[in-house]
Design a protein around this ligand. Structure first.
Ligand SMILES: Nc1nc2c(ncn2[C@@H]2O[C@H](COP(=O)(O)OP(=O)(O)OP(=O)(O)O)[C@@H](O)[C@H]2O)c(=O)[nH]1
Length: 518
């Protein structure tokens, strides 16, 4: 019984130990699971932190996470752990190198933006400070990113201040304006045929958006073409002047020559006259002194023959003189003919040149030739598009009295001022030319019948309001205007004539008036 009790006690003890061991084992398992979970969590977060940096490292970490889900495979995972450690080390080195490259790039960019002279002072200081910061190595992406952000901020500020200053990058409106003005000026210049296509392209370009460089280039092109044309005209004038000079030299030589020979001939002739007179005197003497008829006859015969010789020589001399005179005349005639041909060819060239320039020299407005061309163009445009234009003839009232009272040069100045006023009263698409004398012609497209009167009256009022002051006297100069609209039923000349008739209606009523033929 005692033994039985002892066994029972031992069994109870053992059961207790087994129970305790089981509890201890459970506790151990729990602990291991907790540690394993911690490890798994660590790898999970490591995977997230490294994700995307290196594909190989991503894959290895994913594999490791899968293996570690069973405690049993922990041993098997050891080689993988070593591999991950190697990859992590390599990744660190790579990142350090990239950070160093990034630092160098940022330093270079900072130096670049320090060169912008227009940067505000405060910004310059901050850029300098960033440059100093970049002299120290970067340890992580977290050191790098704020510096990139700063640099981007600086660029943003620079662009803002650039837009405010509106200097280098922007295409400014004044360039557009200058471009349009140049295009408008080019309208007034008729370039030679071989230059027109190029000038057309240039004009189109100038009417669009132009950069300062393009504008400068356009000015350069136009000026060099103009200079070339002026040089051509200069050459034509020079050639003419040389020819004129040659002809004058030749004529002068002929005149000198003929005057010298005329002089010589006069001397010879006077000697011959003396000798003839001497012979006649001798004959008279002989007649009174000699009584012997035979002797007298001989003497007279001798003297008559001398007179005959002298007269023959005189005649020959006169003939030579005449022949020389004729020769001189012929030479001069030839030279003058040459000169006149040269002059008319010069005149033609000059006319051509003027036509090319197509500018009225006094007012610098397009001249009549330019107007005629423009009228033709507008009429063709009208035929093609149906967009009609008005022709308005403007004539200064009582202009003769301006000339008569204040002189021709005041009259000229008045014409210039009125020309300028007309030009500035019109829009870019409108056209004004000096038709001749005190008459100007306007070409106004795209305006209705109701509006044209308003437009032209505005022009008339503008001229009337110019404060002319001649010899301290305030003068009002007025104009009369007649206008007619192009019509497909008539030629452009007929429209012009209708405008002219309208002008004379204005002149015949009150003057200072607009009459529109509708
Ligand atoms: N100063 C100057 N005068 C010019 C020029 N061309 C024409 N004229 C003058 O313009 C004047 C025109 O006179 P008219 O045709 O009688 O006309 P008006 O005196 O203006 O009178 P209405 O037209 O009837 O109002 C003349 O005296 C011309 O000599 C020029 O280029 N310069």
């Amino acid at each position: 019984m005692k033994e039985q009790n002892q066994d029972k006690a031992q069994l109870a003890q053992l059961t207790q130990k087994v129970k305790e061991t089981r509890l201890a084992l459970d506790a151990l398992k729990e602990d291991k699971n907790a540690k394993l979970q911690t490890l798994l969590n660590f790898f999970h977060h490591l995977s997230l932190a490294c994700k995307g940096q290196n594909l190989e490292l991503d894959n290895k970490l994913a594999k490791l996470r899968r293996q570690l889900t069973g405690f049993e495979s922990l041993e098997e995972s050891l080689p993988e752990l070593v591999e991950v450690e190697r990859l992590l080390k390599r990744q660190y080195n790579l990142m350090s190198r990239e950070l160093e490259d990034g630092r160098n790039d940022l330093t270079r960019m900072t130096q670049q933006i320090q060169r912008f002279k227009f940067a505000p002072d405060q910004l310059k200081k901050e850029i300098n400070y960033l440059r100093q910061e970049l002299s120290k190595p970067l340890h992580s992406v977290w050191d790098y990113i704020p510096k990139v952000e700063k640099l981007v901020g600086f660029y943003e500020e620079l662009v803002d201040s650039q837009i405010e200053n509106n200097t280098e990058f922007a295409v400014e409106p004044r360039y557009q304006q200058l471009g349009r003005e140049l295009a408008c000026m080019m309208e007034d210049i008729d370039f030679p045929a071989n230059q027109t296509d190029r000038m057309l392209v240039l004009k189109e370009q100038l009417r669009g958006e132009v950069s300062p460089e393009e504008l400068l280039e356009a000015y350069q092109t136009v000026l060099s073409q103009l200079l070339e044309n002026i040089a051509l005209e200069k050459n034509a004038s020079r050639e003419f002047l040389f020819a004129l000079n040659d002809a004058l030299t030749a004529v002068q030589a002929v005149v000198v020559d003929s005057s010298e020979s005329h002089h010589r001939h006069r001397e010879v002739k006077s000697r011959l006259n003396d000798s003839i007179n001497g012979c006649v005197a001798d004959m008279g003497q002989s007649v009174s002194e000699i009584n012997d008829l035979t002797q007298l006859k001989e003497q007279v015969t001798h003297q008559l023959s001398e007179i005959k010789d002298a007269l023959a020589r005189k005649e020959a001399l006169e003939q030579r003189e005449q022949a020389m005179m004729q020769k001189s005349m012929d030479t001069m005639q030839k030279e003058l003919g040459e000169l006149s041909r040269e002059a008319s060819s010069y005149k033609e060239r000059l006319f051509e040149q003027q036509k090319l320039n197509q500018l009225d020299p006094l007012t610098q407005l397009p001249n009549r030739a330019a107007l005629e061309e423009k009228l033709e163009q507008s009429y063709h445009h009208f035929q093609r598009t149906g967009l009609s234009a008005w022709i308005a003839v403007v004539d200064i009232d009582h202009f003769k009295s301006v000339n008569d009272t204040f002189g021709h040069s005041t009259g000229d100045k008045t014409l210039q001022v009125i020309a300028m006023a007309l030009k500035s009263a019109l829009r870019e698409t409108e056209f004004v030319a000096r038709y001749g004398g005190e008459e100007f012609v306007l070409l106004i497209p795209d305006v209705s019948e109701e509006i044209i009167g308003v437009v032209l009256n505005r022009v008339r009022e503008k001229i009337k309001s110019i404060p002319f002051k001649f010899k301290n006297q305030r003068i009002t100069v007025t104009v009369s205007i007649g206008a007619a609209q192009m019509s497909l039923k008539e030629t452009v000349q007929e429209t012009f004539d209708r405008a002219d008739v309208a002008l004379y209606q204005a002149k015949n009523t009150t003057r200072d008036k607009v009459v529109v033929d509708v």
